[in-house]
Design a protein around this ligand. Structure first.
Ligand code: UDP
Ligand code: MG
Length: 320
């Protein structure tokens, strides 16, 4: 059956035991209403709870449900990548397990795809039940990213989207470790459009994206799609040299034409602190890039699969 189904729906799961049954039921009723063949590719990203067991139970009763079981937690973007590697549909939908993105939008996405679009992403008209902190940081991040990159990454979208097989294959051929799928889809090009929706509250469980993971994802996004931060050192260096030169003239003037030269402790301390701060921050920026270059240079597999359920043969595109 590999390679022949109409639609694949990829769902990454990390400690989602409270939501799986409901998510499965809602997705199934929506997908059955489309009236075409489909598969549900559930990726268990090293959950510590009963996620894997529950999914195995569902797999046993429904052959359209497939499980990819990671050997440990590899992170959301990697889990989605694995799901795309193993998905066989002519179109692939990415959706979170917590139903914050309504499965009922999928038929609309399919309709746009049938009109000839290759990517249909969900655009958040509003976000419900998220803290003001998350809303403000997300809005700031998207705008910062937009100003830094030349890739046109749409504002206020998540990974909830439908992609044609050719887009999915393009992404599967990109094996970088630092993955920011939204950006990679924009980079890939093709005909893209969107449908708008209201992002709901997570209906059970807690967010699996603490601040640390959000910062990591933001840094991955920026470093993968922009080298502007690296140029910061040059720009700042130039500005500070210019300021330094002006101050040099002032000091020389004071030395030669006035008798007020022994002051200056404050300015020395200020300059010293300021310059050390800037130098260390810029070293940090360099570190972010060098660290990622190092990670990529190792060319490790993106993920390790411990087990697969309900898959017939290993597809060629999957490079574990
Ligand atoms: N997720 C994952 N691995 C992780 C963290 C999250 O597979 O390390 C999954 C999670 O199960 C969910 C999706 O990624 O299906 C989005 O996570 P979440 O809803 O917690 O993020 P938020 O909506 O709060 O940004
Ligand atoms: Mg969520």
């Amino acid at each position: 059956m590999n390679g022949t189904c109409f639609l694949s729906v990829v769902v990454p799961m990390y400690n989602e035991q409270e939501v799986i049954e409901t998510t499965y039921r809602r997705l199934t009723s929506v997908l059955e209403s489309i009236g075409e063949s489909y598969e549900l590719v559930l990726v268990n990203d090293g959950s510590r709870d009963k996620t894997a067991e529950i999914v195995r139970g569902i797999c046993a009763s429904d052959p359209r449900v497939k499980l990819i079981d990671f050997s440990r937690n590899f992170g959301h973007q990697i889990a989605v990548t694995a799901g795309m590697d193993f998905a066989s549909g002519r179109a692939v939908v990415l959706i979170d397990a917590d139903l914050q993105d309504p499965p009922e939008l999928i038929p609309e996405m399919v309709a746009r795809w049938r009109e000839g679009y290759d990517v249909v992403y969900g655009k958040r008209a509003a976000r419900k039940g998220e803290t003001w902190f998350k809303k403000v940081t997300a809005a700031a991040f998207y705008r910062l990213l937009r100003s830094l990159t030349s890739v046109n990454i749409p504002l206020d979208t998540g990974d909830f989207r439908l992609m044609d097989r050719k887009v999915c294959d393009t992404l599967s051929s990109m094996r970088e470790n630092s993955r920011f799928i939204r950006g990679m889809v924009s980079w890939a090009g093709f005909r893209q459009t969107y449908v708008e929706y209201v992002r709901e509250e997570r209906f059970a469980g807690e967010t699996k994206y603490p601040l640390s993971k959000m910062i990591r994802l933001s840094l991955d996004a920026i470093t993968s799609f922009s080298t502007k931060p690296l140029k910061l050192a040059g720009i700042l260096g130039f500005l500070l040299s210019a300021a330094g030169f002006i101050y040099l003239l002032v000091v020389l003037y004071q030395r030669l034409f006035t008798d007020s030269t022994t002051q200056g402790w404050t300015s020395l301390i200020v300059i010293s602190l300021l310059f050390h701060g800037i130098t260390l921050s810029l070293l940090g920026v360099l570190g972010e890039y060098i660290g990622r270059t190092y990670e990529e240079a190792k060319r490790r597999p993106l993920y390790v699969v411990a087990d697969r359920v309900n898959f017939e043969a290993k597809p060629e595109s999957a490079q574990e």
